[in-house]
Design a protein around this ligand. Structure first.
Ligand code: ADP
Length: 256
């Protein structure tokens, strides 16, 4: 290839990257603006009318502002972590965690947007995971289940021990949303992947939540996937696995 052609290709490539970067910056700024406006709105209401409204309303406003902060935090974490992937800036801190406690704690604090939640988690199930990463994966999946399925529908979170040589636990989140068509499934966990059907709808997003969840799950030695028939109302079932941590007595018994 001639030098001039090579230069042209490099220039086109550079321009394409710049367009992608601008689109990304625009979508992230847009994403941040909505919860920021909400938080600001509730704080302003409290500042202006705080002494005129009852304690219950004050608490409700503060809770809404806090949900907005959580949403901002999740977006910022997804953006920062997706730019760090592969650079190992944040070392993994694997520890033994109770799945039931971790999930219940998150569900107590996350904004469920009037969805009904059902947890079916064996009380004694322990996993080996980085606490912060596990929380971020769950927050992304629960937040998606809320965003993409109608209010007043059920979100079921369950966990079971997987059959296999290595002791693994499978965590699943079933929603009653639109489902995901078979042809979309292979692209779903890629960076910036957003399904065409949502582009025209009002659902906000950056297309980073599932990408970063996949990086985290795989980094901790697990797998993540989705099962769906692509039928509206039948929803999607997001599943991921983590290493199971066996209580010392059980491991000794296994060794015998
Ligand atoms: P975001 O939600 O910010 O767009 P994600 O990476 O979390 O990004 O999800 C990627 C895409 O996958 C979403 O834009 C949406 O089209 C689709 N998706 C994710 N979760 C669900 C779900 N529970 N039901 C239906 N579609 C989903």
């Amino acid at each position: 290839m001639r030098a001039e052609q090579q230069l042209n290709l490099a220039y086109e490539h550079q321009q394409h990257l710049e367009v992608l970067r601008d689109q990304f910056l625009m979508s992230v700024s847009h994403e941040l603006r909505t919860p920021l406006t909400e938080v600001k709105g509730y704080i302003n209401l409290l500042l202006e009318y705080g002494n005129k409204i009852d304690a219950e309303t004050q608490a409700a406003f503060m809770q809404s502002a806090s949900y907005g902060c959580d949403e901002l935090e999740l977006i910022i974490s997804n953006v920062l972590d997706s730019s760090r992937v592969g650079q190992e800036i944040k070392p993994l801190r694997m520890q033994e965690l109770s799945l039931a406690t971790t999930i219940s704690e998150i569900c107590e604090h996350i904004y469920l947007q009037d969805h009904l939640l059902q947890l079916e988690l064996p009380a004694d199930l322990l996993v080996l995971a980085d606490r912060q990463q596990l929380r971020q994966i769950l927050r992304n999946l629960i937040s998606n289940a809320c965003k993409y399925s109608p209010v007043q529908t059920l979100i079921q979170i369950g966990a079971r021990v997987e059959d296999g040589q290595e002791p693994m636990v499978c965590i699943s989140l079933q929603d009653a949303g639109p489902g995901i068509a078979a042809e979309d499934i292979p692209h779903l966990f890629q960076k910036f992947s957003r399904l065409q059907r949502d582009m025209i709808g009002p659902v906000r997003g950056t297309g980073l939540g599932l990408y970063i969840s996949k990086q985290f799950v795989e980094g901790m030695g697990g797998r993540i996937w989705v099962e769906s028939e692509g039928i509206a109302g039948k929803g999607s079932r997001f599943c991921f696995t983590l290493r199971r941590s066996l209580p010392a007595t059980l491991m000794e018994h296994d060794r015998e």
